[in-house]
Ligand binder design. Sequence first.
Ligand code: FEO
Length: 396
Amino acid sequence: MTVREVLPDIYWIGAIDWNRRLFDSLIPLPDGTSYNAYLVKGSEKTALIDTVDPTKEFEYVCNLIKLGVEKVDYIIVNHAEQDHSGSLPMAAELFPGATVVTSEKCKDLVVKLLDIDPERCLVVKAHDTISLGNKTLEFIMAPWVHWPETMLTYVREDKVLFSCDLFGSHLATSDLFVKDMADVYHSAKRYYAEIMMPFRLQIREHLKKISALDIGIIAPSHGPLYHPPDPVLQVYAEWISDEVKNEVVIPYVSMHGSTDKMVMHLTGALIDRGIRVKPFDLVSTDLGELAASLVDAATIVIGTPTLLFGPHPLVANAAFITNLIRPKVKFATVIGSYGWGGNTVEALKGMLNHLSIEVIDPVYIKGAPDSACLRDLEALAERIADKHRKAGIMVH
Ligand code: FEO
């Protein structure tokens, strides 16, 4: 447990979860995470900004004791997801005089999920403010980053934006602030891909809103803080743009080697044409890496054998997740082999129905790949290169 000063009278009082390896029973956390919570002490009143995951409640209380906090006037709940609100019932009990500050939708969720007394809640709207004396909290509504109730809190006098999950990274580190964007870039990109990418267009609007603020520090709810904020704002501007890169991502499974041979042949053919390729064998792939690779890619090629009548279940899972996280890929196709029939290609097309993609003719063959199949894969690589050229993604 530790308390760190962000600025005079603004403290980080969260918890670092060095050992957590899975989030939402789905998302791998190779580098752990942190649940950032803050205390803002004004000349007249004191506010807590979010709490921590209930598994870290003890550390959170120790941090409050360490700071000698005896009275809290407001508990600001930017987001009702339990990794930030799970210790709210305890904090509300510890400080019975504190008002719980939420958005309208968040109030409903903390009442239903955490049994918070609705009479204790103060609902705020966009740009409402709360004065702590010499510090003013302003609230910015940010629905769908990544729940519908989320808001951000800005301390006007100190130019600190408590951005909740936005700009977060699942990264356990003893650094309070990012020293070099390169240190956090990949974790931040994975986090964006897994959590924020489905809401790319909403995030674009929120970034416009916060560009009107004079921000000195971005203090997210996971991972280190940004001071100055420009490096993370720059990478987000790239990720949320409509621009894609000259990259092909190939999630695949092979049962007896045929699909693997096809994937490797296509991979080589794409490299020959100057395209960056990232094949992922789904038997051993960290799905967070697959998600991160989809942030920029122009094309996804799904490689699968037919298992009985449809795609291999690991491929179906990857396709389902890809459809959920909605990358901005422009082109998609399927390669692989079958033994006696099935509707694998059509099933996969149906599973990607949330993506705005042009489907390129697949190479889906009966049995093991022969020389005709390899020629078809060369032709497919050329079709993909041609699509990239015509879309202005490839310059040669
Ligand atoms: Fe980090 Fe959406 O909670």
